[in-house]
Design a protein around this ligand. Structure first.
Ligand code: 5GP
Length: 197
């Protein structure tokens, strides 16, 4: 088990067969030391992709994305979920159905923060059905920039998002890949022999 898989086993709470709660270190209270390790790991994995910009979605993607941007010395842009009076520029938008909130949000990034020649690394905290990541790839495409890769902190591999994104040809790197959450237990792909075959 890697550092993140160990931490999930220690502090994560399996809420249902589909939902993992990690709000003591990832998406409510934050562990900055762990975020730093996550940033270092993403920076290593994507060092040779010619990335020029990191894109994420508020709010839980911001911490891992900023730490990655710090390591890679790259700017970080986050898609906003709520319209703001300060967000008056020309916007690129996509509609995203939230897995946890069970509602659709229009997400938006100002056109001026994505250029045609950008090679974008998309970062998010969780990958479930892939709606958030797909919305971000859509926005990047609208800008004329290219999605170079997608970095996910926790991939729930038993939901459809991971396969969908890889089938579409995106390079997806996930720091923890969960094979199942059944019986209140977290099982990782690396522990599950069937998944390795
Ligand atoms: P997707 O768009 O891939 O269906 O879901 C991704 C988003 O839903 C993530 O940005 C994350 O905020 C949220 N999410 C999905 N699954 C979980 C989960 O098991 N636990 C938590 N805390 N958030 C999740």
């Amino acid at each position: 088990m890697n550092f993140l898989e160990k931490r999930i086993k220690k502090d994560g709470k399996v809420l249902t067969d589909h939902v993992l709660k990690v709000d003591s270190f990832l998406n409510h209270q934050l562990d900055p030391g762990l975020m730093l390790q996550i940033g270092e790991e993403f920076a290593n994995r994507f060092a040779n992709e010619g990335i020029t910009k990191i894109v994420t979605i508020e709010s839980s993607g911001i911490a891992p994305a900023v730490m990655t941007g710090l390591q890679m010395k790259l700017p970080v842009v986050f898609a906003r979920k709520k319209k703001s009076v300060t967000l008056a520029d020309e916007l690129l938008t996509a509609s995203v159905y939230s897995f946890t909130k069970k509602e659709s949000n229009e997400i938006a990034i100002s056109k001026k923060y994505l250029q045609e020649n950008d090679r974008v690394l998309i970062i998010d905290d969780f990958l479930a059905n892939g709606q958030a990541a797909l919305g971000l790839t859509d926005i990047v495409k609208q800008s004329g920039a290219e999605v170079a890769a997608i970095g996910i902190v926790i991939e729930k591999s038993f939901q459809e998002g991971a396969n969908k994104l890889r089938e579409l040809g995106f390079k997806v790197e996930s720091l923890a890949r969960i094979a199942s959450l059944t019986n209140g237990e977290v099982t990782y792909i690396s522990e599950n022999m069937e998944e390795l075959v």
